[in-house]
Design a protein around this ligand. Structure first.
Ligand SMILES: C[S@@+](CC[C@H](N)C(=O)[O-])C[C@H]1O[C@@H](n2cnc3c(N)ncnc32)[C@H](O)[C@@H]1O
Ligand code: SF4
Length: 403
């Protein structure tokens, strides 16, 4: 670890920005504390204090509101973390928020300081009126709120019917999910779905939509077609690739899950000769794959890599692998859930970003926007939930590092 700290300090010395230096020092100290076996509760207490000081309180970049506009999907992917994909009885069909309710939520969230609006589910283009209404409201009002951005993730199969409004928007990212090249993708997403999603991507590009991104979930069966998929989808219009790793739930197919360094290293191998002009982020989140994240943290001890840091909403340790095309591992080891925002489901419940989707009994969340204002929900999330959350976070991370 000493070698890597030395390397990191050299990198940091080259940065003139004192804020970046603080970010890196702080995160490295956490890595060191975990590896040294310090008590998770101590680390959590220290992390909470430091996050407030280093990242600002309230966070200067503003909070994120993630939104599930519906509980429906036209696909049934084997790896999907939504319990309702695998048990249709769990789909929420009643009591859904109306367009007027969503638009009022957007207005209150902007007033409360939320700056990032992300439509993350379930399949937003199956509820086009609501999705369009939300995004247009943010677009209309963003001039009053500097720095406001919005993003959406979709399976991409329903793009053509919605192109008239999609092309009028100004996405920070419009992401389509692909899970390997055609045969591998169709194996989890269904026959013909790669072709349909790729047509959607190419159509968006032909209509001038910018910031097209691909979200790829690595699984043992699809890791070997990652490079081929990237070349194919870059040709079709993708500029950014966000690579994640499949995590287990009570419902998804066990063979899809990645918890092995072999698959992780094979994914890196697949990225060794990427198409020119792409930007690739390999995301390892402690929330999603604690085992794998713990193993990669241990690998860092070997001192092979240099660190940098991000300053965004979900601050991460960045391990740059390559400058051009840019490839970086983004290692998310900070408990920023509830501190940086939360998610609303389609019936108004406020929840964490996604883990509760895996277990129906956790769906109730911590309040409903129909009875409690966004301001109050956010205050409760930051001031109450966050404390317990940080302790649980470091207990699990410490276990993962010890294994
Ligand atoms: C759940 S989907 C919702 C949006 C849309 N239906 C789609 O497929 O893009 C969001 C992303 O989560 C990914 N995902 C689903 N289950 C996952 C799991 N168990 N582990 C990691 N990523 C998962 C999907 O592949 C997709 O890229
Ligand atoms: S991953 Fe997306 S497209 Fe696939 S079933 Fe889940 S919500 Fe639907």
């Amino acid at each position: 670890m000493e070698i890597i700290v030395q390397v990191v300090l050299e990198v940091i010395m080259k940065m003139n920005n004192a804020v970046y230096r603080d970010f890196a020092d702080f995160q490295l100290e956490i890595v060191n504390s975990l590896l040294a076996g310090r008590e998770p509760e101590d680390i959590a207490r220290h992390a909470r204090e430091a996050i407030k000081v280093v990242y600002g309180h309230p966070i200067p970049n503003g909070a994120e509101l993630a939104m599930n506009v519906n509980e429906e999907c036209n696909l049934r992917c084997a790896h999907c973390y939504y319990a309702s994909t695998h048990d249709k009885a769990l789909e929420q069909k009643k009591g859904l928020l109306s367009m007027e309710e969503w638009q009022s939520i957007i207005d209150s969230s902007l007033a409360a300081g939320f700056k990032q609006f992300s439509i993350i589910g379930k399949e937003p283009l199956l509820s086009p009126k609501i999705t369009q209404g939300i995004l247009q409201r943010v677009e209309e009002r963003k001039a009053e709120y500097p720095g406001v951005i919005y993003e959406m993730i979709t399976n991409g199969t329903l793009v053509k019917d919605n192109i008239h409004w999609l092309k009028e928007l100004d996405f920070n990212f419009l992401s389509i999910s692909f899970d390997g090249y055609e045969k591998d993708h169709d194996k989890v997403r269904g026959q013909g779905s790669y072709r349909r999603s790729k047509e959607g991507l190419a159509f968006l590009r032909s209509e001038g939509v910018k910031n097209l991104s691909v979200t790829n979930t690595v699984m043992p069966h699809n890791v070997s077609s990652l490079e081929r998929m990237m070349y194919d989808l870059h040709d079709a219009g993708a500029e950014y690739f966000s690579i994640g790793f499949c995590f287990p739930t009570d419902y998804n197919t066990a063979s899809c899950v990645v918890d092995s360094m072999d698959v992780f290293l094979e994914a890196l191998e697949q990225l060794s000769d990427p198409p020119q002009g792409v930007d690739i982020s390999v995301n390892l989140s402690f929330y999603e794959t604690p085992g794998l994240t713990g193993k990669v943290m241990k690998m860092l001890e070997s001192g092979k890599h240099q660190f940098a840091v991000t300053q965004d909403l979900a601050p991460s340790l960045i391990i740059p692998l390559r400058e051009s095309p840019r490839i970086a591992i983004q290692l998310n080891i900070l408990p920023v859930m509830y501190y940086s925002g939360f998610r609303l489901d389609c019936t108004g419940y406020a929840m964490d970003f996604c883990t509760d989707l895996q277990k129906p009994e956790q769906r109730k969340g911590f309040g409903n926007v129909r009875d409690t204002s966004i301001q109050e929900l956010w205050k409760y999330a930051r001031e109450q939930l966050w404390t317990n959350h940080t302790e649980e976070f470091y207990r699990t991370l410490a276990d993962a590092v010890r294994k």
